[in-house]
Write a protein that binds this ligand. Sequence first.
Ligand SMILES: Nc1nc2c(ncn2[C@@H]2O[C@H](COP(=O)(O)OP(=O)(O)OP(=O)(O)O)[C@@H](O)[C@H]2O)c(=O)[nH]1
Ligand SMILES: [Mg+2]
Length: 253
Amino acid sequence: MTGTDRARGPLGRVAVIIPTYNERGNVEQITTRLRAAVPDAELLVVDDNSPDGTGDIADKLAASDPAIHVLHRPGKAGLGAAYIAGFGWALEQGFGVLVEFDADGSHQPAELPRLLTALEDADLVIGSRWVPGGTVQNWPKSREILSRGGNLYVRLMLGISVRDATAGFRAYRAEALQSIGYEQVRSQGYCFQIDLVLRFIRAGLTVTEVPINFVERTRGASKMSRAIVAEALWRVAQWGVRGRLSRLAGKRT
Ligand SMILES: Nc1nc2c(ncn2[C@@H]2O[C@H](COP(=O)(O)OP(=O)(O)OP(=O)(O)O)[C@@H](O)[C@H]2O)c(=O)[nH]1
Ligand SMILES: [Mg+2]
C-alpha cells in the first residue's frame, strides 16, 4: 500500500465501465454476471463502433435493463481514450466509484465486492495478479513473462512498489480520479493503466492491491499488440528519467 492514511467519505454509487471492441461473444455474458454480482452497480459499455456488432448487442441489453448504459464512439481509438470518455460520463452522472472492467471474461465479477470493500480505506484499488494469492489461468508462459517482466521494468524504472501496475481491473474513488487530471492522460494501451497509477502515487493518494484470479479469454481476440508494448516501454523510460532528473535537481537547490 502507498500513500497516507486519512479519513474518507462513504463510497457512493458504483459505475462499472466496460470498454469493448469486437466483443460480441462476451458482452452479454459479462454484463449478466456483473448485474448478478453487484446488483446495486450500474454498467457502462464504451464501444468503439465494433465492426462485429458489439454495440448493437449492448444497446439491446440496455433497452431491457435501466442499469445498463452504452456510450458509442465513432471508431477504435484505444483503451485510454475509451476510459477517459467513460470516466467523464460517470463523473457527470455523479457516481462515487468508477470501476475498470474488461469485457473478455478475464476479470471475475464475483471478486468486485472485495475490491469495493478495500476502497473504503484507499483511493485506488487494483485487482492484482502478482501479489500473494493472485493467480492467472490458461496463460501461455510467454504472456506471463511479458506481464511479470513488464511490471518489474515499471517498478525499477519508476521506483514504485505496485506489483501489477498494468492491471485493468480497478476501482477508483471519483474525487481522487478528478484530482489527478485523468482527462490529460494521453497513453493509449495498457500504458494508460501505468500512467494513472503513477499519477496517484505522485499525488500522495493511497493505492492498494488485492489478489485476483485472472482468467485468459476463451472468446474473441486480444487487442494486445507490439505497438502497445512499445508505447509502454518508451513512456515508462521517459517518466523514469524525468523523475530521476527532477529529484536530482531538487537535491541541488
Ligand atoms: N472501446 C474500446 N475498447 C477496447 C479497445 N482496445 C481494447 N478494448 C477493450 O478493452 C478490454 C481489454 O482488452 P483486451 O483485448 O482483453 O486486451 P488485454 O486484456 O490487454 O489483452 P489480453 O490479455 O490478451 O486479453 C476488452 O474489453 C477490449 O474489448 C479500444 O480501442 N476501444
Ligand atoms: Mg484481456
